[in-house]
Design a protein around this ligand. Structure first.
Ligand code: AMP
Length: 274
């Protein structure tokens, strides 16, 4: 595995690749969620590039940029074992100039739910994903459904900017109790680990309701609220179609149920595709 830290090193390393390139962008502190994307990309492509970059432009003032978990040594080992060809680990200075052209997230999907709670987050996310997709020259790029709104915006960016890459959505990986894996789960302390489980429990309750024929969005949200009693605060529960437009009734095959809640220090998100 080659580790590239500059653009020149990345371009030089890429010269040795011929054939399809799979690409998995991450912010590091790799867990089994990342690993499932990496494995899928390894299986489906001749070559595999992974990036680790904690992107400052997608963190808001007061968010956890400085405290974000960094585990470079362990991450390098994981990527080696996963047979990554090139691991791209650039510095902030490598990725950004001082006064840059920016990409703006679209008015609807970019500014509801996560975009409303974290205004500007998606602008920064799209900016770095555009850069990384261009640099990797990937045939296929892999993103988790865990960040459903991010995934929808990346698909829209690729379409709107006629970018030549397939975006491959990947299933959410959970621990054996149902908690969606996240680098921020390391912030959970003591009983917060147990309390965090009610996010996935509320999504399970929603699934049961839909399976028993309850499609009314308000009824489902009310039930989810009752299951979510162990979190410290709920930021949102939303039931939207795949374009992130609000629904009154669940449309099977075209619905995502999303939630964000605080449990101790971390703000957790989870979702379910129906
Ligand atoms: P991050 O390092 O948090 O920016 O995540 C990098 C990629 O891994 C994104 O496409 C995420 O959606 C994806 N990812 C993170 N957690 C999970 C998970 N539990 N299951 C599947 N994909 C995930």
């Amino acid at each position: 595995m080659l580790i590239a830290r500059t653009i020149d090193e990345l371009q030089e390393a890429k010269k040795a690749l011929s054939g399809s390139i799979g690409f998995v962008p991450t912010m590091g502190a790799l867990h089994h969620g990342h690993l499932s994307l990496i494995r899928q990309a390894r299986d489906e492509n001749e070559h595999l590039i992974v990036s680790i970059f904690v992107n400052p432009t997608q963190f808001l003032e007061g968010e956890d940029l400085d405290a974000y978990p960094r585990k470079d040594e362990a991450d390098i080992k994981i990527c080696e074992l996963a047979k990554v060809d090139i691991l791209f680990m650039p510095s902030v200075e490598t990725m950004y100039e001082k006064d840059e052209l920016c990409i703006g997230a679209p008015a609807v999907c970019g500014y509801v739910l996560e975009g409303k709670m974290r205004p500007g987050h998606f602008d920064g996310m799209l900016q770095i994903v555009m850069k990384l997709l261009n640099l990797s020259a990937a045939s296929n790029a892999y993103f988790g459904k865990k960040d459903a709104q991010q995934l929808a915006l990346i698909i829209q960016m690729v379409k709107n900017y006629f970018m030549d890459v397939n975006i491959i959505p990947c299933e959410i990986v959970r621990d054996d109790r149902g908690l969606a894996l996240s680098s921020r789960n390391v912030y959970l302390k003591g009983d917060e680990n147990e309390r965090a489980l009610c996010l996935s429990h509320s999504l399970k309750r929603a699934t049961k309701l839909v399976m028993s024929g309850t499609l009314n969005v308000e009824k489902i949200k009310k039930e989810m609220h009752t299951v979510l009693q162990d979190v410290d605060s709920i930021e949102y529960i939303a039931i939207v179609d795949r374009d992130f437009k609000r629904l009154e009734e669940v449309e099977v095959g075209n619905t995502i149920i999303l939630l964000a809640a605080w449990v101790g220090k971390p703000r957790l998100i989870d979702n379910l595709w129906i």
